[in-house]
Design a protein around this ligand. Structure first.
Ligand code: TXA
Ligand code: MG
Length: 377
């Protein structure tokens, strides 16, 4: 057990501006990282579990703290564009254009690594993932640490990523040296990952920098890794090793109900009602006493509205937001998946969304949380 120091940025949380007393706390976290310790910190996507990316031992400790397999490489965070130079073997032209358009921000690029980056940080790969986050606290922390900061999402392996200081405390207290609490992460989903080591950039993980945005800058179609399209068969390896794990997952089994085409969105609530009313209850009744079964529902305001009358009081409903506002849905998603664990849900039914733009990233996380149990209407 490590004693975990809680560094709460009270002024930043209240005002969005880093005060002098906040800065002292950030400096404390930065020193911990520079000296080989671990400190969780906020970014605009999700919280990161930071360590010195140039120290083998620090990377090993990150894997240990998360309970994460060590073949799953870490993202290296920088606070200025020029800081990338010593970390990578080359900067392809297309990567430069993407960096100019989307950094600082929620995008990670995969490069051929330089010798400076230890293999412990890259999970044994010859490539390195680099991100330049836009969150003011993350920037200040990395700058002050004076070293590139390796940071996976700050959750225990297999659990949904953390999007608040409270989530980090839940998962990491006693496992890391410090947690910087800077309030809730605005985007709520991890960064977009794009591999720029080949001639054709490839999307490995969708995020808030959408495929449509990448294509507009590159002026070409961006292909996606097969791991995004279907569950992998045994022994198959995705390009981003982390995408093979049952990630983002709440403890209870989850089924995702979604429409193949946007025009059929209205049928989702009908299908969910059907599941709630008979099929699901019958199935569960076989296994357990009815009273003990806690059914949870994760859906949009519109979907809940369409189902008024069907929804019984004992159903644990969480409203992700409006179907028309994917940013709101993304922001809330992991928080609610975590709450289902705390509520002790036995079975989760989730509404699916249209897969354009940010909807593609939301659906990627939902499909994985549901372990690809999908009902199409
Ligand atoms: O938004 C984010 O990206 C957050 C914040 C903290 O920056 N970080 C994050 O890290 O989500 P993590 O470790 O949870 O996810 C990193 C993903 C994993 O799926 C990993 O396999 C992939 O990036 N990755 C890292 N290095 C890679 C590499 N060299 N080649 C391919 N995939 C890589
Ligand atoms: Mg993660």
């Amino acid at each position: 057990m490590t004693e975990t120091k809680e560094l709460v940025l009270e002024d930043f949380i209240r005002t969005g501006i880093i005060s002098q007393s906040d800065r002292i706390k950030i400096t404390e976290g930065a020193e911990i990282i520079r000296n080989g310790g671990l400190c969780a910190f906020p970014t605009e996507t999700v919280y990161g579990l930071g360590g010195n990316a140039l120290m083998r031992e620090a990377s090993r400790h990150i894997y240990e703290a998360k309970g994460r397999p060590s073949d799953n490489p870490l993202i290296v965070h920088i606070a200025e564009l020029k800081d990338i130079e010593p970390l990578i073997a080359e900067m392809p032209q297309k990567a430069r254009r993407l960096a100019e358009s989307f950094w600082p921000g929620p995008m990670t690029m995969i490069f051929k690594k330089s010798e400076l980056i230890p293999y412990e940080t890259t999970g044994g790969l010859n490539t390195v993932a680099v991100r330049f986050p836009s969150h003011p606290v993350a920037m200040e922390l990395i700058k002050t640490a004076g070293v590139p900061v390796a940071a996976p999402s700050a959750n225990l392996s297999g659990r949904p990523s953390t999007t608040s200081g409270a989530h980090c405390r839940e998962d990491l207290c006693g496992r890391v040296d410090a947690i910087i609490d800077g309030g809730s992460s605005e985007i709520g989903l991890e960064s977009t990952i794009i591999d720029v080591t080949g001639d054709e950039p490839q999307l490995l993980r969708p995020g808030a920098v959408t495929r449509e945005m990448l294509e507009a800058v590159l002026n070409e179609e961006v292909i996606e890794d097969t791991a995004l399209k279907r569950p992998l068969s045994e022994g198959e390896r995705p390009k981003a090793p982390g995408m093979k794990y049952r990630h983002y997952a709440p403890k209870a089994p989850m089924v995702l109900v979604t429409a193949k085409e946007k025009k059929d969105t209205g049928n989702i609530s009908k299908k969910i009602s059907e599941l709630l009313e008979k099929k699901l209850r019958d199935e569960i009744d076989d296994k357990k006493a009815k009273a003990a079964v806690k059914i949870a529902l994760l859906c949009s305001r519109e979907c809940a509205e369409e189902m008024r009358g069907v929804l019984r009081e004992d159903i644990d409903i969480k409203i992700t937001g409006s179907r028309e506002n994917t940013a709101e849905i993304a922001h809330n998603l992991f928080e609610y998946l975590r709450e289902f664990d705390a509520d002790g849900a036995d079975y989760i039914i989730a509404e699916g969304y249209n897969e354009e733009e940010l909807g593609f990233a939301i659906m990627n996380r939902l499909k994985k949380a549901a372990a690809w149990q999908i009902i199409y209407v």
